[in-house]
Design a protein around this ligand. Structure first.
Ligand SMILES: *[C@@H]1O[C@H](CO)[C@@H](O)[C@H](O)[C@H]1NC(C)=O
Ligand SMILES: *[C@@H]1O[C@H](CO)[C@@H](O)[C@H](O)[C@H]1NC(C)=O
Ligand SMILES: *[C@@H]1O[C@H](CO)[C@@H](O)[C@H](O)[C@H]1NC(C)=O
Ligand SMILES: *[C@@H]1O[C@H](CO)[C@@H](O)[C@H](O)[C@H]1NC(C)=O
Length: 390
């Protein structure tokens, strides 16, 4: 009797929990997965239903190629939903001709959403026609970010692949609590401004187990960030992981509490970089830990550029106002592609303080590399090769 009751109870709980989700298959809403028919409207219909659903919704995207022919926004402003999951097997593809999304800023946008998960799938922005336009010297649109997430909370992006973005691949702005894991990002090393993941004005962002090959920064961190955790990320080709550029604006929120752990850089321009414009600013960077990094032929494995002013334009002060403090580099090893493997080129007006080097071992062409310091103070411990210049 008791056993029978327990079984009935289990059955009910199982039924309730599985019934408490509703699945919308985009194919049932007119999407043709042929890569030629625009499926934007089908996606908007399922989003609207999911958004209005009082039970958590799953948007199911089976295998196939789904053309999204113009910029698409999933807006969560008035959603009733307690959670929406995109379960994607297929590929969302942009038109091959760049004009369709080139001026849109963002191709696929999540705006003011809460509790949204994207799992699986591929986003193929087909950026190569725009890159060709840009390299021809013609006038071209700026290009759009592939996936932009704005003013949103409790986001999970898992096992998503992003290919050949026109500009940034994934951008988070004004977000709280997001986790990106198992993300794979691929664009050629020569593609312009194709940053992998760009973060700004956000807090509580985790990036785990991801592989990023692009023509620009692997992960770039702009102003207004706190509580950022990046772990097990492989970068290359590209420009490495960068905090900055910061300090373009006079009044700019800072970047604090950033951990970048267990990273590998393969043939990248930079490894672990902090970069601040040589302009007046109230910005800052503090409490950063870079630990367990492997460099493989990286041009500038460890670099702080506190005097960033490309082409010597727009830097009337020539001194950065950004204050950089408490930055730890621990267990960083491997090979540099240039002789100066550790470079702290800090602002004369706001010297770097509290820089700590612990167990850093970097070689150049089979020889110990060298380090270079300007306006940088801190401590050094453990095995250090090159010798510290702090
Ligand atoms: C989705 O909802 C928005 C807001 O209510 C509405 O403007 C739009 O027409 C809807 N789109 C579709 C395809 O149902
Ligand atoms: C949700 O449903 C309401 C009432 O049916 C409708 O007015 C509204 O446009 C719907 N919202 C979306 C996003 O579809
Ligand atoms: C996505 O949907 C497929 C097919 O229904 C299912 O097998 C898979 O478990 C789902 N994945 C997630 C993460 O929900
Ligand atoms: C720093 O950020 C991590 C998450 O990355 C968080 O767990 C920790 O509490 C934060 N520390 C402080 C002092 O806010």
């Amino acid at each position: 009797m008791v056993i029978k009751h327990i079984l009935v109870l289990f059955f009910l709980v199982f039924r309730l929990s599985s019934a408490a989700k509703v699945t919308y298959n985009v194919l049932s809403f007119g999407a043709k997965p042929d890569g030629l028919s625009d499926t934007k409207n089908a996606f908007l219909k399922v989003w609207n239903l999911s958004c209005n659903s009082t039970t958590p919704a799953i948007i199911y995207v089976p295998a196939g190629r789904y053309l999204i022919a113009s910029a698409l926004t999933f807006s969560g402003q008035r959603c009733k939903s307690k959670g929406i999951t995109f379960n994607i097997t297929g590929t969302l593809v942009a038109p091959s001709s760049y004009n369709a999304i080139g001026n849109a800023q963002v191709w696929i946008k999540l705006y003011q959403v809460n509790h949204v998960t994207i799992t699986g799938g591929t986003l193929d922005a087909q950026g190569s026609s725009l890159w060709a336009c840009k390299s021809s010297g013609k006038s071209c649109p700026q290009g759009s970010t592939t996936l932009g997430i704005y003013h949103s909370q409790n986001i999970v992006i898992s096992k998503l692949r992003s290919l050949n973005s026109q500009m940034f691949h994934i951008l988070l702005y004004g977000c709280t609590n997001a986790k990106l894991q198992g993300v794979s990002i691929v664009a050629p090393g020569t593609s312009p401004n194709t940053d992998g993941i760009h973060l700004s004005y956000s807090t509580g962002i985790t990036i785990l187990n991801s592989k990023i090959s692009t023509g620009d920064d692997c992960v770039s961190m702009g102003p207004g960030l706190s509580n950022i955790w990046i772990e097990k990320v492989v970068c290359g080709p590209g420009h490495g992981i960068s905090i900055g550029s910061l300090g373009w604006e006079l009044n700019e929120p800072g970047v604090q509490n950033v951990t970048v752990k267990t990273t590998t850089f393969v043939g990248t321009q930079n490894g672990l970089r902090i970069k601040a414009w040589a302009r007046n600013s109230n910005g800052f960077v503090k409490d950063v830990v870079f630990k367990e990094a492997t460099m493989m032929k990286v041009n500038y494995p460890i670099i702080i550029d506190g005097n960033y002013c490309p082409s010597k334009q727009n830097c009337p002060n020539q001194v950065s106002g950004v204050k950089i403090s408490n930055v730890v580099y621990e267990d960083v090893h491997g090979t540099s592609a240039t002789r100066v493997a550790v470079k702290f080129d800090c602002s004369r007006g706001n010297p770097c303080s509290g820089i700590a080097l612990k167990n850093v071992n970097l070689n150049f062409a089979g020889q110990p590399a060298v380090s270079s310091c300007a306006y940088a103070a801190g401590t050094a411990s453990g095995l250090l090769q090159p010798a510290s210049c702090l």
